[in-house]
Each structure stands twice: as C-alpha cells, then as structure tokens.
Design a protein around this ligand. Structure first.
Ligand code: OMP
Length: 231
C-alpha cells in the first residue's frame, strides 16, 4: 500500500516529535488500550510553536476544500488551536474567518451565555486535537445545533485510525468514521496513522527510551494490526 504524504505533513510530524508532542513508548489511553505512541497537543506551548501549529491546521483546511463561515474551538484544548488557526488563515490564506469558543460553565451575569467570540451561524468548522471515542465531538454538535448553526466539518491534528469499542467488542469502524456517517460531515486530519508510519519507515535515527525508530515503527504496526481500521 502506498501512502501519500505531502511536504507539510512530513514537516508536521517532525515538528510534533521535536516539540515532544508526539512520543513513542507505552501509554495507556482513555480507552484502556496500551498504545506505543501518544499525541499530547497540550505540549505545543510557546508562541512560536502555536503560530506554526496554526499554519499546519490552516494548510489542512486549505487542502480539504472545506468552506466555513466560522471557526469553533471546543473548551478547553480546542480554544488555542482554533485561535492560532484563525490567525494563520488570515495571515497566510487571505481568509479572515470569525472565531468562537465555548465556556464549560455557563455565565449567569454580564453578557451571559456560554459562547465567547463570534456568533455561531452558518457553517461552523470545529478545530480539535484528537478524536478517540468521539464523546467530546458529540457534545460540540449539540452546542452548534442549539445555536441554530450547522457543522461544516472537524479538523484534528492526528487521526489514530483505530476501531471503536462497543459492548460486543471491537467495532468495524473508528469513532471518526462514525462521526462522519452520523453527522454527514468530513473529519480532516493534518496527518493520520498510516502517514506517520510511512514517515517512520523512511526515517533513520533513534527515538525515545533508546529504542530505534525501526522498533517504534514495528510496535505501531503491531498495534495497528490489532486495533486499526481496515478501510
Ligand atoms: P474522545 O474522542 O472524547 O475520546 O477524546 C479524545 C481524547 O483522547 C483527547 O482529548 C485526549 O485526552 C486523549 N488522547 C490524546 O490526546 N492523544 C492520543 O494520542 C490518544 C488519546 C486517547 O486517550 O485516546
């Protein structure tokens, strides 16, 4: 299987590794699965890193062709992501989109409500970090619908391409595929697991904990064989 990977996607993987956001080793996920890699978007934590991150999200949006009227960053992690994406779209893509985010707690005084920034109307593009079970995105969909707007899609940093977990065991599809089918909207990622693996397979050098990149790639392949989606 040949995996297409664009220069900006390769740069994004290198950037995430350099910032310590993408790590290799043994990590227990929210789902309880033990993963050989983890992506922690909270570690993009300097002005320069956020500015650069915003440019990657903006490139993914431009690449996807999704048209949106407003960007939405779900609290908390989505807020700086959507803000830096809005800046990058304005600075590098001549697209000055309104931007909004939600509070987790509704405010009862002052301006009230739990949406801050632009009004949610028309086509709303959601900016988030990682979707695993899809719980967070379902909540966001309720917020957008309650405002009378429509979701145009979701942009995330990494698509782990993992099968969901149901009462009867592994589901055939990922939570992302379910979100796409349920809400009839695209979920776009800057990179996905297949691209990460394709990148690691061509990269010499050493990774975390003394293991070589080849060993990390091997562990990720085994994990993908066990939990990965097949289409
Ligand atoms: P849900 O879609 O609601 O499960 O949310 C995804 C969450 O998974 C993220 O917000 C993180 O807390 C967590 N996560 C990562 O951030 N990076 C990973 O590589 C894997 C996970 C995870 O636990 O599955």
């Amino acid at each position: 299987m040949s995996v297409e990977i664009q220069p900006y996607q390769q740069e994004f993987i290198e950037f995430a590794i350099a910032e310590g956001v993408l790590r290799f080793g043994e990590f227990t996920l929210k789902s309880g699965r033990v993963s050989p890699y983890f992506f922690n978007a909270g570690l993009f934590r300097s002005g320069r890193a956020l500015a650069r991150l915003g440019r990657f999200y903006a490139s993914a949006i431009a690449d996807s062709g999704i048209e949106a009227d407003v960007l939405f960053g779900p609290a908390y992690k989505g807020i700086p992501l959507a803000a830096s994406t809005a800046v990058a779209l304005a600075d590098h893509h001549q697209r000055d989109l309104p931007f909004a985010f939600n509070r987790k707690e509704a405010k009862t005084h002052g301006e009230g409500g739990n949406i801050v920034g632009a009004e949610l109307r028309g086509n709303v593009l959601i900016i988030d970090d990682v979707i695993t079970a899809g719980t967070a995105i379902r909540e966001v969909m309720q917020i957008i619908r309650a405002a009378g707007a429509r979701a145009a899609g979701v942009v995330i940093a990494l698509d782990r391409q993992e099968r969901g977990q149901g009462d009867e065991g592994l589901k055939p599809h990922s939570a992302i595929q379910e979100v796409e089918a349920t809400y009839h909207m695209p979920v776009v990622s800057i990179v996905n697991l297949d691209q990460l693996l394709a990148y690691l397979e061509t990269r010499p050098g050493h990774g975390d904990g003394g293991a070589s990149i080849a060993q990390h790639a091997e562990a990720i392949r085994a994990y993908r064989d066990r939990y990965g989606v097949t289409d």
